[in-house]
Design a protein around this ligand. Structure first.
Ligand code: C5P
Length: 281
């Protein structure tokens, strides 16, 4: 069984505050882009994992491995599974690659073994694998609240061409949360919520990412990519998640491509057209 596992960008990201469980409450808009890994699952005598990217762990540290274990425990299916990941989504990049892989594995294993895990249960199992995993159980654009698991999907007409650039810097998400909290002295400012900002204007270019200042200070190259996107005509450019990917929203494909051309051969670049819709598995 073969399935596509798409990447996301965060069209905006606000951090509301720290929770008692050590996580943070956030508000974001998750949006899929036309960049995907391929995952191939087969029945096998034991659990095994292969990936064409040597930096990806192929043991229990891999979220697909963990998803397979969670699936086995939940369903009582003890048969092994061989998992092959053809990796295209840069990792540690704010694109949700590992989370998307985990969700795709949970969905595909149900098909492979002809079992259905009830939806609410599947969402809570997904959340045990990571805060962003529940979002990837369904296609589309969604507001994410709580840790990112309280989801409201909504249709978003995307009028822009999306240029994505990843400089290959691995930003640690726990570090980004900790550094931002330290910068703010633990006091996250109260602001209009992201949903209100967006629903009053429906203007993606009004959305911000709270991690930017903190991450840009430590990794100036990421800030420089954002600046380049804007100089090349982006109507808006933003870091995705806790970085290090930056996306630019362009009216014209030629401008999006010219921003990407500056980094061609040096960094990972990717283009998503306005007509993109993820292919259903
Ligand atoms: O849930 P996930 O494993 O992706 O989170 C990685 C780390 O990011 C957490 O251990 C936590 O430090 C931080 N995090 C957070 N609040 C969130 C999501 C992640 O503090 N909503």
């Amino acid at each position: 069984m073969q399935t596509k596992s798409y990447a996301k960008i965060n069209l905006g990201l606000q951090i509301i505050g720290r929770r008692n469980d050590g996580y943070h409450n956030i508000e974001t808009i998750f949006h899929r882009i036309d960049l995907f890994d391929e995952i191939i699952l087969d029945r096998s005598p034991s659990l095994s994992l292969h990936c064409d990217d040597p930096i990806i762990p192929t043991d229990e540290k891999n979220l697909c491995w963990q998803a397979a274990e969670v699936f086995g425990k939940e369903t009582g299916i003890t048969e092994g599974i061989s998992i092959t990941i053809k990796k295209r989504i840069p990792s540690g990049a704010g694109l949700g690659g590992g989370s998307s892989n985990a969700a795709a594995t949970l969905l595909a294993l149900q098909k492979l073994f002809s079992v259905t895990i009830e939806r609410a249960r599947l969402e809570s199992l997904a959340l045990t694998l990571g805060s962003d995993v529940p979002y990837f159980l369904q296609y589309g654009t969604a507001y994410g609240e709580g840790r990112g698991e309280r989801l409201s999907y909504f249709p978003l007409p995307m009028p822009y061409r999306i240029a994505l650039i990843n400089p290959g810097i691995h930003v640690s998400t726990p570090w980004a949360y900790g550094a931002l909290a330290a910068r703010l002295g633990g006091q996250f400012p109260k602001r209009p919520n992201l949903r209100e900002i967006f629903s009053s204007s429906a203007d993606i270019t009004k959305l911000r990412n709270d991690f930017e200042e903190t991450v840009f200070e430590r990794y100036p190259e990421i800030a420089s990519i954002k600046k380049t996107m804007l100089e090349r005509g982006a109507v808006h450019a933003l870091m995705s998640g806790s970085g290090s990917s930056v996306f630019g929203l362009f009216e014209r494909e030629a401008d999006a491509r010219s921003a990407m051309d500056i980094y061609a051969g040096k960094y990972f670049t990717h283009y998503t057209g306005p007509e993109f819709l993820p292919e259903h598995a």
